[in-house]
Write a new protein. Structure first.
Length: 136
């Protein structure tokens, strides 16, 4: 028996086994990836887009309930309801203090609901904008 041929055969078999193990594991991981429905993705993007516009225009830090709620209605697509929670934190000597928190708009909780949050910084304060958005 040729020992050199046996070593090449074992090497090829080990390489093939390793290759197929990696392929099977990759397919397994791809199968576990959760992908939201297209509707949920659109709702999430609408929520982030609404927050981006309101933050850039300074509406979210105004604390003016009438203004914020009117802008939520204006910037959110007509087939969605949106609720926005604004939290303001200030750091004093390394300790965070919540100096303001309020919720604007409303969702009924009856429709398909998605949520998200976005951090921001304005005039020495850290803001967290948490939103819930649902389809009417």
């Amino acid at each position: 028996m040729d020992r050199k041929g046996a070593a090449f055969t074992m090497d090829a078999a080990t390489g093939a086994l390793l290759f197929f193990t990696i392929i099977v594991y990759a397919v397994y991981l791809l199968g576990k990836t959760e992908v939201g429905s297209l509707g949920e993705t659109r709702m999430m993007r609408s929520g982030y887009d609404t927050l981006l516009v309101m933050d850039r225009m300074g509406y979210t830090v105004s604390r003016n309930r009438t203004l914020i709620e009117s802008k939520i209605v204006a910037y959110t697509p007509p087939n969605y309801n949106m609720e926005l929670k604004v939290t303001e934190d200030r750091y004093i000597n390394g300790t965070a203090y919540t100096t303001f928190q309020d919720t604007y708009g409303n969702v009924s909780g009856k429709g398909n609901l998605v949520s998200g949050s976005v951090p921001s910084y304005h005039n020495g304060a850290y803001y967290t904008y948490s939103f819930k958005i649902e389809q009417k």
